[in-house]
Design a protein around this ligand. Structure first.
Ligand code: SER
Length: 626
């Protein structure tokens, strides 16, 4: 079975058990979730459903979620670590009150049935673990009893908090004990029973219990293909063939460690395709190829979800992934820009993810730009390090020694490379060392730190000045007017007719313009009522929340009158109002591309400045925020 088949078998299995299949969410978490840089688990897009199950129509959902975990980035290339992976999962919300919800019994039963019947894994290869109770949280006796009933399970192992309790660790987040299925001693499927909420650092019982399971597709493929590690699966083979073709090196290398007492460094022989030894490397070739494949996979998906290489946050992680891939490519002997060739293969392997094909030009372009930028930075690091700089007198009138001048110059160059070219200090050091440039790491790091501090002070002053002057940028104003437009439509529906739809909208930093269907001119009373209702909602300080969901789902809860085909398969839905506020309900739900204010109170005061005809049966309102 190919990985594509494994994925669909999983989703189809849970569909047959009444689950709705939902596409993977973006790798970039919702803007309302600042707790993580990237999506790391399938449950993330559903986090709020564990606390407020009424927000989802479906009590049962199943997904295959693309995930990025960068915490172990330096381990990538060994047998188990990956930056990019897919997580298969089934979820249930609102147990026991929500219709069709389920909990431990069904989860364990479904898991066992899927592994042993659908996939035919021999029962004697499978054992399970459960939570034995620890850290003030009681034993998961319920799961233990259910596991005991399973006929043929090899073993049941009790484990503690670290292994068998799952929590996001953030305030007000769901968490609970887990049951894990192991196959041939490999942890395969993590089933989390969210029956607690983390409040003030304590796990409190939740009225709404939920299920969150996660199984790595790569590991599943490894077990089903009978391979020893994830890199040997079909998900990597075509990528390795491409790297072999580009580098002229082969993946399966005999390790030929040179004798340590011969004075040579330990290393690995590099053979060409004809088997001739062409050189030695410090790292095994398979490891280099694994890193290149993993990192470019991750980079491909990250760019496709809208992040570009930069020196901060997600952009920096992306930059690091791309540059490591390029560096290892170079070590393997690939001289030309090569990322595009490999990414083409990646897109082919992951054709189930349509966004890759749709964004491929952008992905190629960003990767190639980064390759050029990186190579230029390296050239600059080497060329400028060798320049001789003039001595300048010190502030106290004395002269610099030659060593001090050198450290000062190299330190400032290192900072410039970091600041302008995105080259981390350690990497600059590495290049200098491998090019026999002699320098003192500590002194240079000191100069670097001084420069960094100077820069941070400068930018702090600049932004402080901006806030003092009360300046907000145009983007912020536009975001507020976008949000005001949603309130306006909801108000028109409440006051004039539920059958009002958007017929057009245009927003600048100064005003909004909104067209909608209505047969006659609005009376001054109606205009006033609409204005008042919008202002009332602004004052209520309603949260503006964004959720991403499949288009079909979204269009069911937010009706539009225009052609929805211009939207992608996954759309953003903005919701204003929170069921727990005084108004007791959500005021507005709309499919929209954003950007938006975080809460209505930021909007200030809403004022309609004009109401006129736009075309037959269509009215136009212009409004401002003051
Ligand atoms: N959230 C759990 C995990 O990440 C199960 O999906 O393992």
């Amino acid at each position: 079975m190919t990985a594509n088949e494994l994925r669909s078998k999983f989703l189809d299995f849970f569909k047959s058990k009444g689950h709705t299949i939902i596409p993977s969410a973006s790798l970039i978490p919702k803007e309302t979730d600042p707790s993580v840089l990237f999506t790391t688990a399938g449950m993330q897009q559903f986090k709020q459903y564990y606390l407020n199950p009424d927000e989802t129509r479906d009590a049962r959902i199943t997904t295959s979620q693309k995930c990025i975990r960068t915490i172990d980035i330096d381990e990538v290339g060994d047998d188990t670590h990956l930056t990019f992976f897919e997580m298969l999962g089934n979820f249930s919300f609102g147990y026991p009150d929500k219709e069709n919800s389920y909990f431990k019994k069904e989860t364990i039963k479904y898991g066992w049935e899927f592994l042993t019947e659908t996939f035919g894994i021999d029962k004697s290869r499978i054992y399970a673990t459960y939570f034995k109770g620890e850290n003030g949280v009681s034993e998961d006796k319920e799961s233990l009893d259910i596991l005991k009933e399973i006929d043929g399970l090899k073993e049941i192992k009790p484990q503690g908090f670290t292994d068998n309790f799952w929590s996001l660790g953030t305030e007000n987040s769901p968490g609970g004990p887990t049951v894990e299925f192991y196959v041939d001693g490999i942890e395969l499927w993590n089933c989390v029973f969210n029956e607690y909420i983390l409040k003030n650092g304590k796990y409190e019982h939740s009225d709404n219990k939920g299920v969150d399971t996660g199984m790595g597709l790569e590991r599943l493929a490894m077990i089903m293909e009978g391979k020893n590690n994830v890199y040997e699966t079909e998900l990597f083979q075509l990528i390795f063939s491409k790297i072999e073709e580009l580098s002229g090196k082969i993946y399966e290398q005999d390790e030929m460690e040179t004798k340590k007492d011969s004075g040579h460094k330990a290393g690995y022989a590099v053979r060409d395709i004809d088997g001739r030894t062409v050189g030695m490397l410090d790292e095994k070739i398979p490891k280099l190829m694994r890193i290149i494949a993993d990192h470019l996979k991750a980079a491909t998906f990250i760019i496709s979800d809208g992040v570009m290489p930069s020196n901060v946050q997600r952009g920096y992680v992306l930059r690091k992934l791309i540059r490591r891939a390029i560096r290892y490519g170079k070590i393997l002997g690939i001289e030309n820009n090569f990322t595009k060739q490999i990414v083409k293969v990646i897109i082919e392997i992951y054709k189930e993810y349509k966004e890759l094909e749709n964004n491929k030009e952008k992905i190629f372009e960003e990767l190639e730009k980064e390759e050029i930028k990186y190579k230029n930075a390296i050239a600059k690091a080497l060329k400028n390090a060798n320049l001789v700089f003039a001595r300048r007198p010190k502030e106290n009138g004395s002269f610099w020694t030659a060593d001090e001048v050198k450290a000062d110059n190299l330190g400032r160059l290192a900072f410039q490379l970091y600041q302008q070219d995105g080259l981390p200090l350690e990497e600059t050091f590495e290049f200098w060392k491998s090019n026999n440039i002699d320098f003192d790491e500590e002194e240079i790091a000191n100069v670097f730190k001084k420069e960094l501090k100077k820069h941070q002070d400068l930018s702090r002053t600049a932004s402080a000045g901006m806030f003092k002057g009360g300046l907000t940028d145009a983007g912020e104003e536009t975001a507020k007017l976008h949000t005001a437009t949603h309130l306006l439509l909801a108000a028109l529906r409440e006051i004039l007719s539920v059958e009002i739809y958007q017929k057009g909208s245009n927003i600048t930093a100064e005003r909004l313009r909104f067209d909608f269907n209505y047969p006659q001119k609005l009376t001054p009373e109606q205009i006033k009522k609409v204005e008042d209702l919008v202002n009332e909602k602004i004052k209520e300080n309603l949260p503006v929340e964004m959720t991403e969901m499949p288009k079909d789902e979204a269009l069911k809860i937010s009706k539009v009158s225009f052609d929805p085909s211009k939207y992608g398969d996954i759309v953003k839905v903005y919701k204003i109002g929170d069921p727990s506020t005084s108004s007791g309900q959500v005021f507005s739900i709309e499919v929209c591309g954003g950007p938006h204010a975080k809460s209505t109170v930021e909007l200030g005061k809403f004022k309609i400045i004009k109401e006129e005809a736009s075309s037959a049966g269509v009215r136009r309102i212009k409004a401002i925020l003051t």
